[in-house]
Design a protein around this ligand. Structure first.
Ligand SMILES: Nc1ncnc2c1ncn2[C@@H]1O[C@H](COP(=O)(O)OP(=O)(O)OP(=O)(O)O)[C@@H](O)[C@H]1O
Length: 277
């Protein structure tokens, strides 16, 4: 069954590890809207992966609920959930030396009946996903032969073929060079314009500016959420990350977030500050 209605939301969500002194987060209410990517930002250890795992139904919240199209996620079995929500983990140990094409095909599992093997149409989808990410030439290679960034692109292709209305991507840009980051951002924007609901974590606020949807900025003391132009602002970024971050407009007319990493400074011409929204 192809599920077309997509809106994933958390309501007063809290998560604490057993025995932990403090919860990872509390009272978190966010919505992933079809067509508006939600980019989840925040410092290391603040709970981005934990939240994505709760949204995917892979981690059980301590309090609160996750709903898909208004229905509690916990009412769905694994196959029903997988037809609605694709989850790409931050990293995965590749135990077996499967080919890239086979790994991508496993993304079709939720659409195949029990004991059914993937058919020509499934293989075609897997091939198209690899081509869409510019890695069609990897198809016959063993996953073990690929670099960390190449494996990351393959896992992205697998999330593409899952054909679910919600895609949750945990740091899909980790390990990727700049051109591959652009490739993934192009795909994220295209999926959003096709009406999918996308949740993606990142360490780079510029990725949020490039996606142009909503942002959830998780800080150590509070979380803020809203449209990208409101949340990706110097004061909120400094509060969350603890260092100055300028939001500038390039000569190409793109907005970027530039952290102050220190180092030599000069009085030379700089990019223009983005006008206040
Ligand atoms: N099994 C565990 N028991 C206790 N605490 C844990 C456990 N696993 C993770 N944590 C803690 O949960 C918090 C949230 O981790 P999470 O991986 O969600 O953060 P993150 O924002 O995705 O981090 P990063 O940006 O480094 O990937 C961290 O402080 C981490 O130390």
């Amino acid at each position: 069954m192809v599920v077309t209605t997509a809106s994933l939301a958390t309501h007063g969500l809290a998560f604490a590890h057993p025995g932990a002194r403090r919860p990872v987060f509390e009272e978190l209410s966010v919505t992933l809207r079809p067509g508006h990517p939600l980019i989840i930002l925040g410092p290391n250890g603040v709970g981005k992966s934990t939240l994505l795992r709760c949204l995917a139904g892979l981690a059980l919240p301590t309090r609160g609920t996750v709903t898909f199209a208004g229905m509690p996620l916990r009412g769905l079995n694994d196959a029903q959930r997988a037809r609605r929500i694709a989850f790409m983990a931050q990293s995965e140990a590749e135990t077996f030396a499967f080919t890239v094409a086979d790994i991508v095909l496993t993304g079709r599992a939720a659409h195949l009946g029990l004991f059914h093997r993937p058919g020509k149409a499934d293989r075609g989808r897997a091939a198209r996903a690899l081509h869409r990410l510019g890695i069609g030439h990897f198809a016959a290679r063993s996953m073990h032969e690929l670099s960390g960034g190449e494996q990351q692109m393959v896992r992205m292709a697998r999330a593409l073929v899952q054909d679910s209305p919600v895609r949750l991507l945990d740091e899909p840009m980790a390990h990727l060079d700049l051109a591959n980051q652009r490739q993934v951002l192009d795909v994220v924007r295209a999926l959003a314009s096709e009406g999918l609901a996308i949740g993606m974590s990142s360490h780079d606020p510029s990725h949020a500016l490039a996606c142009g949807g909503d942002v959830l900025l998780l800080g150590r003391t509070r979380a803020v959420a809203g449209p990208v132009e409101q949340i990706i602002a110097p004061a909120l970024l400094k509060e969350a990350y603890g260092l100055p971050i300028d939001v500038l407009r390039t000569e190409r007319g793109r907005d970027v977030a530039v952290p102050d990493f220190g180092g030599p400074s000069s009085a030379a011409r700089y990019l223009s500050r983005r006008p206040d929204p």
